[in-house]
Design a protein around this ligand. Sequence first.
Ligand SMILES: Cc1cc2nc3c(=O)[nH]c(=O)nc-3n(C[C@H](O)[C@H](O)[C@H](O)COP(=O)(O)OP(=O)(O)OC[C@H]3O[C@@H](n4cnc5c(N)ncnc54)[C@H](O)[C@@H]3O)c2cc1C
Length: 419
Amino acid sequence: MAIDILVLGAGAAGIAAARRLAGLGRSCLVLEAGPAAGGRARTDRATFGLPVDLGCHWLHAPAHNPLRGLADRLGHRYEATGQPLRHAAPGGGWLGNRAVQARGAYHARCRDRILAAARAGEDRPVAELLDTPAEDALQASFESDFIAKWGVAPEAASSLDYARYVDEGGDLPVTDGLGALIGRLAEGLPLRLGTAVTAVRLVSPAGIRAETAAGTVEARAAILTMSTGVLQAEAIRFDPPLPAWKLDAIAGLPMGHCNKIVLAFERQVFDLPDHCLVLPAGAAHEAVELLLRPGGRPVAIALYSGPLGRDLAVAGAAAMAEDCIDRLAALFGSALRARVAPGRLIADWDAAPFVRGYVAAALPGRADARIDLARPVEDRLFFAGEAASTRFMGDLHGAWLSGIAAAEAADRALAAGGS
Ligand SMILES: Cc1cc2nc3c(=O)[nH]c(=O)nc-3n(C[C@H](O)[C@H](O)[C@H](O)COP(=O)(O)OP(=O)(O)OC[C@H]3O[C@@H](n4cnc5c(N)ncnc54)[C@H](O)[C@@H]3O)c2cc1C
């Protein structure tokens, strides 16, 4: 058997795992179903002549994010001081400092209640722990923030999972594209693209066999990095079947939703600083974020998360574009309707067959599912990916660090077995 470890999937977790295995002197091969490395980290340059991230966009937690240092080494540019932020006021115009502070204080009170419940050993729906708001708008702003991060409504999410997430703030947009950075970090790795794994078998003596339409590949162990959406869809057959505790963990981590549309305008229609993040005044359960003027260009990137994101993606690109233009017209005047330039980009992650959603959100009562997702099976099948992170779940760097952890665990297991 020539290969030590097969890595299944070339998203952030798979690339990090392959890089770490190379550092440990282990042979590996990465099998990736899609046409390029990156997974949910994907940058389009062709459509608008500037890097536009269709999946992840911000380097979160920049103080401890290992991808920041890697970007620095490659000279890959990001907005080191963060980005300007505007909250739209419900009646028009922008919220003032006091109203923004009131929102922040309300969010902190909700967070305190969720952390107190975690300390008491509770794992409840997040919605049950929100502070009673003085105004509906406060609760709507917390919900919107929550849905943007987790892709599901607070009713459907575990409070303990939320409490475990390390939120350091300081999100940095990546000027050269976060997907492009992950693509650069994959350069030189042993990677087979367009190779979807359809079955994984444990074979004797102590090995694994991955089946693809182009044939089979054997190795001593495998690191699986595909999303829980892919695992829940049973797109891969396991022989023997995965144990009940692993299937239960996968079932406890359904995918949330976040889909994007990108529109350009014939001239500058946004009277705002470049790279501005605008949060429209939304109703409860609505999570819409608008990234305006990336690279100084008259471009709008709209992120629709949670149930609204799911429904608009199902309704189709025209419906999403119409909703986006309506929201922009309400903020910047209806003259912009006549200035929409031809061409648009849609990122419907729910429909992407090798992802099937945004990120995994633990169901209420199921925060520990991430721990079981990360546990190996028979010391031959190792699991990584954003869903397997217990501190930076949902985040690109969580996926990256979980890939490194799985590579080290697989290396130790092989060494313990004498190889
Ligand atoms: C719209 C959107 C916005 C986001 N914004 C941010 C953000 O701003 N900041 C942030 O930190 N995170 C963000 N995220 C989350 C971040 O993108 C993910 O956490 C991270 O990219 C997940 O990496 P992964 O390696 O776990 O999974 P993936 O990227 O899904 O990689 C898994 C890989 O496995 C492949 N695969 C699937 N099935 C098979 C198969 N059968 N055989 C072989 N290969 C297979 C897939 O094609 C994929 O390449 C965002 C995600 C989305 C969708």
